[in-house]
Design a protein around this ligand. Structure first.
Ligand code: BES
Ligand code: MN
Ligand code: MN
Length: 456
């Protein structure tokens, strides 16, 4: 009888081929034309969960994309893990930047390239393969109780899973949640993420004239909604990156001295980060805060795009009747999405230029979160990572958001262990997303070891 880890090693090549099959399904949650593909990915995962021996496998229908649920609850007296992952992915554009096509998973230099390779199909799949290996080595049983919940809407705000958790907390009853959807701080440095920023994603629509107008005939008399949005956006932040929304920083809770001190010990080279990760002439942001503080523990505001008007090749002399701006803000503990949005909306409306009508809409929202490290689950995770990687794990926060983690804490009252194996250069949400294959395999081993550690 093989150990779980030996089973995983023996079957590594098959695991990879299976992951490639999952990555070929273009489950882009935000694009209506991929609705069928998102469902296909859910069905594929449900079939795989059944095959490996999970029970009560089902799709949970929602107003959006389906959830996938499974459990195995026969490890009496042992803790219950709630394994979470998301099977939806970001749109792959700009397509011409990809070296190999986004939905044709391709191995190069020890990496697997595909949209969703690391965020989050590849990482979610580590959970399934860890469970398969545990079943194989424990005579068809698991060392701990396990529930699995997978969502297909994480990249669009996670509304459906939030509703499911609010309405049926008992169906996800567990002692802790396990999420593999974050990154390692550096290659070879096992990392537990203990904080995420929250967010509000908004859209401002500006309307001027009743229809598009000839800019020669009417320029000088008609309001221009793009100029209006530019004027508004220019007043959202000052030159130092400080957000100008009144009251926005009132609730911001700074990390305590000990956490800040630990961040200073992390191997972070600002110049290397600027050059290789960002690739810009200079880093920007609030003065007086380190890069890690600015990205992990300070709120920020970004503009994502301004759809509308003329964006084709060449020139068109038009004053567009309307314009939109997609703007999001990342929130930190103790800010609330509700309050942040109402402060923002009030402020934006107060900036409305003459002749313009505005609609300020909230598209989705999620809470910021910090999880404590003083629970037996994080402790066991730390021991497991040390065992597999040979290095002490570091605790970090991340600037990204995973809305469901806040729901786990608030509605299920459980801590989340965020054990992720992405690397800083994995190109999440960007062209040429990849997963370092060594991390896929060691991630599986880490999760196996974590669960076996919890059974001790
Ligand atoms: N996995 C990411 C979040 C993440 C990235 C955490 C890197 C830690 C390190 C997740 O899939 C994501 O992209 N979330 C969105 C959430 C939003 C759409 C609500 C985000 O952060 O933009
Ligand atoms: Mn993700
Ligand atoms: Mn993502």
């Amino acid at each position: 009888m093989l150990t779980s880890a030996a089973y995983a090693r023996t079957h590594a090549a098959r695991f990879l081929e299976e992951l490639k099959a999952l990555l070929r399904i273009p489950s882009v949650s935000t694009l209506p034309e991929h609705k069928g593909d998102v469902r296909k990915a859910a069905e594929w995962l449900a079939a795989e969960l059944k095959r490996i021996g999970m029970e009560n496998v089902r799709l949970v229908e929602t107003a959006g994309h389906p959830l996938v649920y499974a459990d195995w609850l026969h490890a009496e007296g042992r803790p219950t893990a709630l394994c979470y992952g998301h099977y939806d992915v970001q749109p792959p554009d700009p397509l011409e930047e990809w070296i190999s096509p986004p939905f044709v998973p391709t191995e190069r230099n020890g990496n697997l390239y595909a949209r969703g390779a690391v965020d989050d199909k590849g990482q979610m799949y580590m959970h399934l393969k860890a469970l398969e290996s545990l079943f194989a080595a424990h005579q068809g049983r698991l060392p701990v109780n396990v529930r699995v919940i997978l969502e297909g809407e994480e990249e669009v705000g996670g509304e459906s899973i939030a509703k499911f958790i609010r309405e049926h907390p008992e169906q996800l009853k567990a002692d802790f949640a396990l999420v593999s959807d974050t990154e390692m701080f550096a290659p070879e440095l096992p990392t537990l993420c203990v904080g995420l920023r929250g967010m509000i994603y908004t859209e401002i629509e500006a309307r001027g004239a009743k229809t598009d107008l000839h800019s020669g005939m009417y320029g000088g008399a008609a309001p221009n909604p793009f100029v209006a949005l530019a004027q508004i956006i220019a007043q959202l932040k000052d030159k130092d990156g400080r957000i100008l929304i009144p009251g926005f920083y009132d609730r911001v809770k700074a990390p305590d001295a000990e956490e800040l001190k630990a961040w200073k010990r992390l191997p972070f080279d600002e110049e290397h980060y600027r050059k290789t990760e960002i690739g810009s002439l200079q880093l920007t942001g609030e003065s007086g805060y380190s890069v890690l503080e600015r990205t992990w523990a300070r709120p920020t505001l970004d503009v994502h795009g301004m759809p509308g008007g003329f964006t084709g090749a060449g020139a068109k002399t038009v004053i567009p009747a309307k314009a939109t701006a997609k703007i999001s803000m990342r929130l930190v503990p103790e800010m609330t999405p509700q309050e942040a949005f109402s402060q923002y909306k009030r402020y934006v409306e107060s900036l409305t230029p003459a002749g313009i009508e505005l609609d300020v809409r909230l598209i989705h929202a999620g809470d910021p979160i910090v999880v404590g490290t003083e629970n037996p689950y994080i402790q066991a995770a730390t021991r497991a990572l040390k065992q597999v990687w040979g290095t002490e794990a570091v605790f970090v926060r991340s600037g990204g958001s995973i809305p469901v983690v806040g729901d786990f804490e608030r509605h299920l009252k459980v801590p989340t262990v965020m054990m992720g194996f992405g690397l800083p250069d994995d190109n999440l949400h960007a062209p040429n997303e990849k997963f370092h294959l060594a991390n896929f395999y060691r991630g599986i081993e880490s999760i196996i070891t974590f669960f076996e550690e919890l059974a001790k």
